[in-house]
Design a protein around this ligand. Structure first.
Ligand code: COA
Length: 374
């Protein structure tokens, strides 16, 4: 057995999957064989969530049932809502949503049941309730009354209503829906691998998703969409963008929203999200962000030959929708629950405990001497 260390598991294939395929050679991403760009243009997020979870696009009757289940399951218990309202206002919303999913596990009647049927039911409940938890903290932190879910509205429309009390223009809702489709699934990234690792000990779905949320929070993963926005806010004006990025690169800083472990010549999700970002900016009459966007993208390509990843257009898009910056990654959570749940179910279906080896570099074997004990 080779004891060569593969830091970050770089280049290691750890399992098989039928959920999504990332093809860096052709900058492509498919969910269950369908190109993500086509799914964005031709489907709603609910249809894609069904596809990711079930393996096929839904027939009309299947979609109707799925939508009805999602709408029926949106409410959180009074206890969890009260807990969210009482959480420290200074807490990061990612920590709140991580705790909320953990709390859901305390109440769920199927928490410890890992059968495929129970797992699908739990996936639906976590999928439907998480937006309610995110919106509840968003409003509680602003000292505003919680808005109940509205079962007449689609997933994305309902989220806007619970956040702001109203549903915006349909193009804004579509841009949000597209971001959810693009964030839904991305093979063995760190949070998904975390979920699969937790599952591999035959632990439960709530625990696996709680762990995955903690992993997604990091700025090298989902937390990048939030970090991108802090960068845009620091730059403020397009006139300052070139000097800012040149200076940051001279100081060898890592620029958030750029680079990717798998895609080396462009993230397949960026062109679609960029198109919707530009549309939203036009609708809300913001010229600054698109200009800053183009300048940073150009300089990163010229100087480093590094392309943006999907977090780069998502950050400013959410900001233009009126969403607080630290809520961007919790929104990513809402979408990725579909991918995580599908991977958890796939892991259960063909499980093998995940347990890699390490190369020991500590002290040589030594004896405990009485003298050493104080
Ligand atoms: N800004 C500046 N330089 C970057 C960079 C970035 N965003 N991403 C990669 N690089 C540079 C590295 O410094 C390194 O340069 P070096 O060879 O001179 O040391 C080189 O490109 C290779 O990068 P590396 O860190 O080895 O790639 P990785 O696969 O380990 O990292 C990321 C991938 C995503 C962690 C990395 O690109 C990054 O930190 N990006 C910013 C965070 C982000 O947007 N994350 C969301 C990912 S979807």
């Amino acid at each position: 057995m080779s004891d060569e260390v593969k830091k970050g598991l770089m280049g290691i294939v750890v399992d098989e999957t039928t959920i999504s395929q990332v093809m860096p050679e052709i900058n492509s991403l498919t969910y269950r064989g369908y190109k993500v760009q086509d799914l964005c243009e031709k489907c709603t997020f609910e249809e894609v969530a069904y596809l990711v979870l079930n393996g096929e696009l839904p027939k009309k009757s299947e979609l109707k049932k799925f939508i009805s289940e999602e709408r029926k399951n949106r409410k959180l218990s009074k206890q969890i809502l009260d807990d969210i309202v009482k959480m420290p206002k200074r807490a990061h919303p990612m920590d709140v949503v991580r705790t909320a999913v953990s709390l859901m596990g305390l109440e769920d009647r199927d928490t410890s049941n890992n059968s495929p049927k129970a797992n699908m039911k739990k996936a639906m409940r976590i999928f439907a309730q998480t937006p309610t938890a995110v919106a509840a903290f968003f409003r509680a932190r602003r000292g505003k009354k919680i808005i109940k879910p509205d079962s007449k509205l689609s997933y994305s429309e309902n989220f806007f209503k619970m956040m702001f009390g109203k549903v915006p223009n349909k193009d804004i809702v579509k841009a949000f829906d597209v971001s959810m489709i693009l964030y839904a699934e991305h093979s063995f990234n760190v949070s998904t691998f975390t979920a699969r690792t937790i599952t591999s000990s035959l632990s439960d779905m709530h625990g696996a998703i709680t762990g995955a949320i903690a992993s997604l929070k990091g700025p090298l993963h989902g937390g990048a969409n939030e970090a991108v926005m802090y960068m845009f806010k620091e730059i403020k004006k397009p006139e300052k963008a070139a000097a800012w990025i040149n200076n940051a690169l001279d100081k060898k800083k890592v620029i958030m929203g750029f680079g990717h472990r798998v895609y080396r010549s462009g993230d397949s999700r960026v062109p679609t999200m960029k198109k919707y970002f530009m549309k939203v900016a036009e609708l809300v009459k913001n010229n600054n962000y698109p200009k800053i966007y183009e300048i940073l993208e150009r300089v990163m390509l010229e100087k480093k030959n590094i392309h943006p990843n999907v977090d780069y257009p998502c950050g400013p898009t959410y900001s233009l929708m009126g969403i607080d910056t630290d809520f961007f990654t919790p929104i990513f959570v809402m979408a990725r629950i579909t991918g995580w749940s599908a991977h958890i179910m796939e892991q259960h279906a063909a499980n093998k405990l995940i347990r890699p080896l390490s190369k020991y570099k500590g002290s040589d074997h030594r004896e405990v001497l009485a003298l050493n004990i104080r």
